[in-house]
Design a protein. Structure first.
Length: 36
């Protein structure tokens, strides 16, 4: 399970990076995806 958690954490970091850029663009649909 730890391996899965580490992989998920890596994906989360990538999502955070994209989330900041997309939120800056001002996309409501994107914000909903980030929360999900």
């Amino acid at each position: 399970m730890w391996d899965l958690v580490l992989e998920w954490d890596d994906e989360r970091r990538r999502w955070q990076g994209r989330a900041i850029t997309m939120i800056a663009a001002g996309a409501d649909g994107t914000q909903n995806r980030i929360r999900a």
